[in-house]
Write a protein that binds this ligand. Sequence first.
Ligand SMILES: NC(=O)c1ccc[n+]([C@@H]2O[C@H](COP(=O)([O-])OP(=O)(O)OC[C@H]3O[C@@H](n4cnc5c(N)ncnc54)[C@H](OP(=O)(O)O)[C@@H]3O)[C@@H](O)[C@H]2O)c1
Length: 230
Amino acid sequence: MASSNEMSGKVVVVTGGFGVLGQAAAAAAQAAGARVASIDRGPRPPGLPDAGLSLPDVDLSDFAAAEKAFAQIGEAFGRVDALFNIAGAFEWHTVADAGSDVWENLFRANVLTAVGASKAALPLMPAGGAIVNIAAAAASARAAKGMAPYTAAKSGVLRFTESLAEELKPRGIRVNSVSPTTIDTPRNRADMPDADTRGWIPPAELAKVLLYLVSGDAKPVTGANLRVGS
Ligand SMILES: NC(=O)c1ccc[n+]([C@@H]2O[C@H](COP(=O)([O-])OP(=O)(O)OC[C@H]3O[C@@H](n4cnc5c(N)ncnc54)[C@H](OP(=O)(O)O)[C@@H]3O)[C@@H](O)[C@H]2O)c1
């Protein structure tokens, strides 16, 4: 696991930083001694504990907007050691019902946010840097009814991860993905009131896995996808 010493002074950027996992990841990185920048497309939620630099109202699928946000991070911190691409969205739609807007929105939210943030972060990332993209376990299984747009997008995250890992090997930058099953979030609890939640992943535990993947302990790991949850 990443020790406090190891993360001390490191700069960690969290996309989707105002969401459930994003907040947990920012808190874990900060607790481990990192300087944290959180980017999200919405306003900063009231009552969000201080987690370093907050960049609200940024649509990361707009590459120019992503560049602008990372320029601010560069000014504040001078570098980016780790990037957690957590921004994403889920919608359940049958193919019959989903218009092209659904496919486009899910591709934008899940794939283009990771691409936009990674492209903008790379000029600030030294050798030894690491990126973790959040995919979904559902994208590595046979896709269920209603899951086509989401799993197609998250499959894109997996392929993006592998290709970028190869591209960045010469720079000594690692890129991996994490595929959670179900995260224990208020939305999931509301959407699935009768579900057995015992296998759901507490966001804080998932955040520790993300920190491990950007730590020196995971130095030989790149281009991998780690399924998390039962
Ligand atoms: N929850 C689960 O069970 C589960 C399972 C497997 C994988 N995942 C993945 O894990 C990640 C985190 O999940 P979560 O439950 O913590 O989700 P969440 O609470 O909805 O957080 C995701 C955040 O990303 C933001 N975002 C979406 N599109 C963006 C864009 N274009 N630019 C900037 N920010 C954007 C969202 O903003 P808005 O609120 O405005 O949309 C939201 O704040 C997501 O990638 C999700 O797909 C979740």
